[in-house]
Write a protein that binds this ligand. Structure first.
Ligand code: ADP
Ligand code: MG
Length: 502
């Protein structure tokens, strides 16, 4: 048995550590010097008072913290607590306590022992921690890149403002969701990213698609694994950049570039062809004259006569091609005026309607009134439409459904007038589409196609500063869209007499 004076001496020599013993109801049994120093009461003042009445803040008392602590000590044997305590003079301070159960001689827990230390720095440390947390969060928040962290399983634990904006939801709606629900390829995409992360530790500039409200968003991401103090993986952090616009822009650039290349190619070809045409034209005229003279002759045999007729046909064909080539490399002047695209369509249909009927082709026309006038040479535009309709007729020869749709409209930005010619013909492969505007590209027999119709059309539309585009699906049909500048907008530079081709 230990001498109680000795125990008291030990207790009281601990002047900086508060040692308090209470029963389960909190009635103070032992209150040492250290406790007096910390809480301001003498041992006599404290004895038989309730611990929570003397040293607890009102909130802790209301929350029955003492009862909680007793419960924990009874079940676990001990607990440590960090909470705000109160001094006799009313000031409050943070303190940390280790509380254990006190066993009586029969081994039963009959009370609790609380050893408490003041933590003068705790407030300051907490404040500093909070400040640096705020600081970090501030940086993350103001980042223009979207930042997200997840736990190891992929559930979102933090998102910054940019990410909330990207997803278009508030933080509470996003936190706790699985990241893969925002990925176009869902869980497979999340697994792919995680497996790369486990392999390399980090990912740089990896591109994938998100799907947000049905909208596809192209993302470039850099990600890293997050570790705890023991080196265990606790989650991931990702920085997402929305590159949808950038990607669209570079695609557009690529398109413009190919258009430019095509335009330059056509111009060079035009120059080349006009030289060749000039060269062919002279001997052709000569041979025509001689053929004409020969025609007057008496033929000795029908065989000879037949050969002569064949020769004449060949010459006629050369003549036709040369005429087309002349159109293609045309040196003549265009008359750009204000023109009504609907009028152009109607006058071309007046010429072709019978032909369409003969081929059993149903015609649908949609020519809205009130379209702005276009700037162009109506004869040339009619030429283009004739080419397109002729091609459509050829394309539908074997189709079960033969429908030709001609439609005019105002372009998206109101600066271009469109004419669309659609057919339900054989359509084209993407390899064909790439070549159709090249001169002499044809899939037709020699006596049916020259392969010049579309290249001429292309040159005509180009000189109008317009656009000709094609969409086609094999076996389904083809749509050509011509766009011409609206008369009276900035594109009037081409107005008046315009010389092109050389
Ligand atoms: P041609 O008609 O003399 O062959 P074009 O320059 O008019 O020459 O057309 C070139 C080629 O483009 C055609 O041979 C054909 O293969 C393809 N083509 C043009 N228009 C269509 C269309 N509406 N449907 C399917 N293919 C087409
Ligand atoms: Mg043609």
């Amino acid at each position: 048995m230990i001498d109680s004076t000795l125990v008291n001496n030990i207790l009281n020599s601990a002047t900086h550590t508060s040692i308090i013993v209470t029963d389960f109801y909190g009635k103070i049994i032992v209150f040492n010097k250290g406790a007096s120093n910390l809480f301001g009461y003498t041992p006599e003042e404290a004895r038989n008072k309730k611990l929570s009445d003397l040293t607890y803040n009102k909130e802790e008392k209301d929350a029955c913290l003492f009862e909680e602590i007793v419960k924990r000590v009874k079940s676990e044997g001990w607990t440590d607590e960090k909470f705000i305590r109160q001094h006799k003079d009313g000031h409050v301070f943070p303190a940390i306590s280790i509380i254990t159960g006190l066993k009586d001689s029969s081994g039963e827990i009959s009370g609790i022992l609380e050893i408490t230390q003041n933590m003068p720095n705790l407030f300051r440390l907490e404040r500093e921690l909070k400040n640096s947390k705020d600081f970090l969060e501030n940086i993350l928040e103001s980042s223009i890149d979207a930042i997200v962290t997840t736990d190891v399983k992929g559930y979102i634990t933090f998102v910054n403002r940019a990410l909330k904006e990207l997803i278009g939801q508030r933080g509470q709606q996003i936190i706790g969701k699985h990241i893969s629900i925002y990925y176009k390829d869902g869980i497979n995409q999340a697994r792919e990213i995680m497996s790369r992360l486990r392999k390399f530790g980090r990912i740089r500039d990896y591109e994938f698609d998100m799907e947000i409200d049905g909208r596809i968003v192209h993302i470039r991401t850099s990600d890293t694994l997050l570790y705890d103090d023991y080196g265990e993986i606790v989650g991931t952090m990702g920085v997402f950049q929305d590159i949808t616009d950038r990607k669209a822009l570079s695609e557009k650039l690529f398109e413009t570039q190919s258009e430019l290349i095509q335009a330059v190619k056509m111009r060079a070809l035009g120059d080349l062809v006009s030289g060749v045409v000039h060269e062919i034209n002279n001997p052709l005229m000569a041979s025509n004259t001689f053929l004409h003279l020969l025609e007057q002759e008496k033929w000795e045999s029908p065989e000879q006569k037949k050969r002569f007729v064949l020769l004449k046909d060949c010459n006629a064909r050369i003549e036709r091609i040369v005429k087309k080539l002349k159109e293609f490399s045309r040196q003549s002047k265009f008359e750009f005026t204000s023109m009504n695209v609907n009028d152009a369509v109607m006058s071309v249909l007046a010429i072709t309607r019978q032909q369409l009927l003969n081929h059993g082709i149903e015609l649908k026309i949609l020519l809205p009134e009130g379209l702005p006038l276009a700037l162009g040479d109506i004869n040339q535009i009619e030429q283009v439409l004739l080419n397109l309709i002729a091609n459509a007729i050829d394309a539908m020869v074997e189709s079960p459904d033969k429908v030709l749709i001609i439609e005019t409209a105002l372009g998206e930005k109101g600066q271009m007038v469109q004419i669309k010619v659609s057919d339900t013909g054989i359509g084209m492969t993407s390899e064909q589409i790439e070549q159709i505007f090249n001169p002499f590209f044809t899939t037709k027999d020699a006596d049916e196609g020259t392969g010049l119709g579309l290249s001429i059309s292309y040159r005509i539309i180009e000189s109008h500063r317009g656009k000709i585009e094609v969409k086609s699906k094999q076996g389904k049909g083809t749509t050509f869209t011509i766009e011409l500048p609206v008369y009276g907008t900035g594109t009037d530079k081409v107005r008046g007499k315009h010389n092109f081709g050389g």
